[in-house]
Every structure is written in structure tokens, then in C-alpha cells.
Design a protein around this ligand. Structure first.
Ligand SMILES: [Ca+2]
Ligand SMILES: [Ca+2]
Ligand SMILES: [Ca+2]
Ligand SMILES: [Ca+2]
Length: 349
């Protein structure tokens, strides 16, 4: 038996023991949402009220310590050590790398989105893959881990996943302050803060390879923590943009969203136009979510001559398509007369 096979066997044993020890927890009825088909539920009790991040997420306290024991940590470390990425961080030799993560089932929330989230994310992945983009990872349910989205400063591993590709796509639960993950192996969190969440304070994107990320999850771009997402995800002006939603997303209508978004992008629409068209296309029922795009503009303000917008990233296209892609905003800020501001455009679909 090779060293790698031995490691895999040990990892499998650990996973099996973990699964068995988790069974009593999985059967508990912890949370009964009133509107089962939504990707998530508004955490705040009334519009504009401030709620601590921990309270926004429907996680019963005490559960985390029960399942996230040392054996899970070891299991995750071993799996991570076996993981071989197909791209180097910030691999600009290949600007067409794509990756998707999705979660259909949240046993600890008693929620099951059937296959809506996987269909949504795989649509994006397959359309661009068919058009010659490099498919780096497609991770779902238990294989979608919060650590894949989190920065190394909080024990995350985005440099091997979300920030090691150029275009990323997530479909699953969300709230104003976090993307939500399963309690299973995906619950891994490097520093035991915000377990089962990729909280805004845990992300910094684009300092690796990432340019754009789509978040098909409720509320993430809500005005409540929009400044916090900007301060963290866009820190140091590397990321080009985030598309998502400000309120509830009807999960039963998202199946074709990723596919339409990728198709419009590939046909040469800008990120804003593509997201606008795709969201307007698929949400046709009574529930009309508000879609949003969060993006930087580089301004030029010289001592002489007119000031104006130097780069508007909502106009950016997919690499090699339409009018093409832009350098990171940070590449302009060496010029003392250029600076970066952030914007959010929203529309009711
Ligand atoms: Ca790349
Ligand atoms: Ca976390
Ligand atoms: Ca990063
Ligand atoms: Ca890149």
C-alpha cells in the first residue's frame, strides 16, 4: 500500500467515525423555517435594525463544539494535504480558470433545496467549460467548505480554491453577513470563529487570482453589511466585483440562472449587463428578488485637466470576450491622482 493510499484509508476511517458520531445530531429537529423554499431568511427582526452576526445565522449554540472535535480537524488537515490544485495562486498565465461551490442540503437546518443550487452552479461551470474555460473545481454539499472561501489569516484556504481561480460561483444559503455552509466536513473553520459561515470578516478576495464572484444566496449584498463586505472582500483593491442579491431568493427559480449568466458573459455582455439580463430572465414569478452588483470605479483627478472615471468595473467583460477584462484596481493606485471608490447597483428582477 502506497503512502497516499494509507493516508486515504486513514482519512476514510476518520470520516466514517465522524459520520457515525454525528448521527444523533443530524436527527435532531433544530430549526423550522417558515418559508422552506427560500435560500435563507432575513436575520433582522425589522428593516435596518442591527443584529450581531452570530444572531443572524440560525445556528443553535452548543452544537458546534459537539461535532467539530479534534478528529475532524485532523481529517480536514489530511484531506487538505492530499488536495492538489490545478492552478497556482494568482495564475495570470491562465486567466480563464473557473470554480463553483454549491450546497443543496443543510441537514442541521432541516432544509433541502432539491437540486436547485447544484443546477444553478453547474450551469455556469458547464457553459464556460464548453467554451474553453478551465474547469478547476466543482464542489457540492459536504465538499463545499467555508475554508475554501476564507483568508489564511483566519485559518482559511482561499489561496487553494476561490482565490486560485479567476471566476467563482457560489449557490446556497446566505444572510447579510455570511455565506452559510453545512455542518458536516464543510463546517471546517480555521480559528473556530463563525463556524459554518464564511463571514465577511473572514474573506479577502482577489489578492490571489480571483476577479469576480457570483453569490446566489439571500441577502449577502443587503445594505446592512454592504460596507463590511467592501472593507473585507475588496481589501487593498484587488477584487473586480461581486454579483448577488439584497433580499430573499426563490430557490425554485434559480436552476437556469448560472447558465444564462455564463451565456450572456460569453456573448460579450459586461458583468452588470449579463447579471441584469440573467436575473430578469429567470425570476418571473410572484417573488421578485432584488439583484445587485458591487464593484469599484477608478477615478482620475489630476491637478490640471478634467477629472473623471478611469475604469468602471461594472463595464468589464469576461476575459477575451466583448471589450475584455481589466487589470486589478490596485494596479492604478500607484498614480497619486488615481483612487478607488466602490458602488452598488440594484434592480428588482
Ligand atoms: Ca488565473
Ligand atoms: Ca467561518
Ligand atoms: Ca484571498
Ligand atoms: Ca486572475
Amino acid at each position: 500500500m502506497s503512502h497516499k493510499q494509507k493516508l486515504l484509508l486513514i482519512a476514510f476511517s476518520l470520516l466514517l467515525s465522524l459520520s457515525l458520531s454525528s448521527l444523533p445530531l443530524m436527527s435532531q429537529s433544530i430549526f423550522k423555517p417558515s418559508r422552506d423554499d427560500m435560500l435563507f431568511f432575513l436575520g433582522e427582526s425589522s428593516a435596518g435594525s442591527k443584529t450581531a452576526p452570530q444572531q443572524v445565522v440560525y445556528l443553535p449554540t452548543g452544537i458546534a463544539g459537539d461535532w467539530e472535535d479534534i478528529s475532524l480537524k485532523k481529517y480536514n488537515e489530511m484531506i487538505s494535504s492530499l488536495h492538489l490544485t490545478s492552478s497556482d495562486p494568482n495564475d495570470n498565465s491562465n486567466q480563464k480558470e473557473i470554480g463553483v461551490e454549491w450546497i443543496n442540503k443543510y441537514p442541521y437546518l432541516g432544509k433541502d433545496f432539491d437540486s436547485h443550487c447544484s443546477r444553478c452552479a453547474k450551469g455556469f461551470y458547464n457553459i464556460l467549460g464548453d467554451e474553453g474555460f478551465t474547469q478547476v473545481f466543482d464542489k457540492g454539499d459536504k465538499k463545499a467548505w467555508e475554508s475554501h472561501f476564507e483568508k489564511s489569516a483566519v485559518g482559511g484556504e482561499d489561496y487553494n480554491y476561490i482565490d486560485a481561480i479567476d471566476y467563482a460561483f457560489f449557490a446556497g444559503h446566505g444572510n447579510t453577513s455570511s455565506l452559510i455552509f453545512r455542518q458536516d466536513t464543510s463546517g471546517y473553520d480555521g480559528d473556530d470563529m463563525y463556524v459554518r459561515q464564511a463571514h465577511y470578516s473572514e474573506v479577502k478576495w482577489g489578492d490571489g487570482d480571483l476577479e469576480w464572484i457570483a453569490l446566489v444566496a439571500c441577502h449577502v449584498l443587503n445594505v446592512m453589511h454592504r460596507d463590511d463586505w467592501i472593507r473585507n472582500a475588496f481589501d487593498d483593491d484587488h477584487l473586480h466585483g461581486i454579483v448577488g442579491f439584497t433580499d430573499n431568493v426563490p430557490s425554485w427559480q434559480i436552476d437556469d440562472l448560472g447558465e444564462y449568466f455564463a451565456t450572456y458573459l460569453y456573448n460579450g455582455d459586461s458583468f452588470k449587463e449579463a447579471w441584469k439580463k440573467a436575473t430578469n430572465k429567470v425570476f418571473t414569478g410572484d417573488v421578485a428578488p432584488t439583484a445587485a452588483i458591487l464593484y469599484p470605479k477608478v477615478w482620475y483627478d489630476p491637478p490640471i485637466g478634467p477629472r473623471g472615471v478611469w475604469k468602471d468595473y461594472s463595464d468589464e467583460c469576461l476575459v477575451g470576450r466583448g471589450s475584455g477584462s481589466y487589470p486589478d484596481p490596485s494596479e492604478y493606485t500607484d498614480d497619486p491622482y488615481k483612487y478607488v471608490l466602490y458602488y452598488c447597483d440594484t434592480w428588482v428582477t
